[in-house]
Design a protein around this ligand. Structure first.
Ligand code: DX5
Ligand code: ZN
Length: 220
């Protein structure tokens, strides 16, 4: 199966004093998604931003909003993120006792649902949910911070998910998040990823358009 590459730059690497301008630049450079990392200081040892920032950006951008919830018991806040303008919502399988209920809450609202696994979580943990999903997010760093080093072993999750997708006759996208840059993007794409998050490699660069171009070139 050959899915087209989708870039999802992570706003976490923006200078928040000109967040809107950076997002506009990425949109003009032709990225498809905007990755929005929500952290609660409990599920991960960091705090980022919540629905009000997403809702403000919604008025300024036509990108697909790819909201990555790194929060405990995500079902509590799903309605707020939907109202804020999320197009895709990712929850972590490790963050809740009832992932299926959270996924249903997302899907029933007409929003695309996705589940994420941390590097050390066995791929099999998400087997029961695969048929409900629009996308699976494989973390290629420990969640919590931008700018970390890519963990190549996490591509094993990707390969397993590709196999499972064809064995089960499913069609979910596979997204990778953490430490992706022009030196390793091709490895990830070759393993079977079709949605790529990049924070430092896009918003961390002085020329966003050039960074987007370089990543796309490096992916083939
Ligand atoms: C980490 C976040 C990532 C991060 C990616 O917890 O989920 O989305 O911002 O940033 P880079 O690409 O710099 O690793
Ligand atoms: Zn993320």
């Amino acid at each position: 199966m050959n899915k087209q590459l989708i870039l999802s730059p992570s706003a976490l690497s923006c200078d928040f004093s000109h967040l809107g301008d950076d997002v506009r630049r990425a949109e003009e450079a032709g990225v498809e998604y905007l990755h929005l990392d929500v952290m609660d200081g409990v599920f991960v040892p960091n705090i980022s931003f919540g629905p009000c920032v997403i809702s403000s950006l919604r008025g300024a951008s036509g990108l697909v909003f790819d909201v990555h919830l790194m929060i405990t018991d995500p079902i509590r806040y799903i309605p707020q993120f939907i109202k804020a303008g999320a197009d895709i919502i990712t929850i972590h399988v490790e963050a809740t006792d009832d992932p299926a209920a959270a996924l249903r809450a997302i899907r029933d609202a007409g929003v695309r649902c996705c589940i994420s696994i941390k590097p050390a979580t066995p791929t099999e943990t998400i087997l029961p949910y695969l048929s409900m999903l629009d996308m699976v997010l494989v973390m290629s760093v420990e969640p919590g911070f931008g700018g970390q080093k890519f963990m190549p072993d996490t591509l094993e999750h990707v390969r397993k998910l590709v196999r499972l997708r064809s064995e089960l006759g499913l069609d979910y996208d596979i997204e990778i998040d953490g430490g992706i840059n022009r030196d390793n993007i091709k490895q990830a794409v070759d393993a079977g990823v079709n949605v790529v998050v990049a924070g430092s490699a896009i918003f961390g660069k002085p020329d966003i358009a050039e960074a987007v171009r370089e990543l796309r070139e490096a992916a083939v």
